[in-house]
Design a binder for this molecule. Structure first.
Ligand SMILES: [Zn+2]
Length: 73
């Protein structure tokens, strides 16, 4: 995605600046803990489409538990 475009984008809720997660193709608002999807280089700045980052996906949570169990204390 064009990083110049990123400079122009703000969170539709708090109007704060966003961080682009290149791997996940998401625009992240650290204040609201929301991740807005980017499809085909087009940011979808819709609250209805945003992912709530405080609620991990079931698969991700299971992976995290497995990783923690293997890690030394
Ligand atoms: Zn926000």
């Amino acid at each position: 995605m064009d990083t110049r475009l990123l400079d122009l984008l703000v969170c539709p809720i708090c109007k704060g600046s966003l961080q682009f997660d290149r791997d996940a193709q998401e625009l992240i608002c650290p204040r609201d803990k929301l991740a807005y999807p980017v499809r085909d280089d087009i940011p979808l700045m819709l609250v209805d489409l945003a992912r709530d980052m405080t609620v991990p996906a079931p698969d991700a949570a299971a992976d995290a538990r497995a990783t923690n169990a293997d890690a030394p204390a």
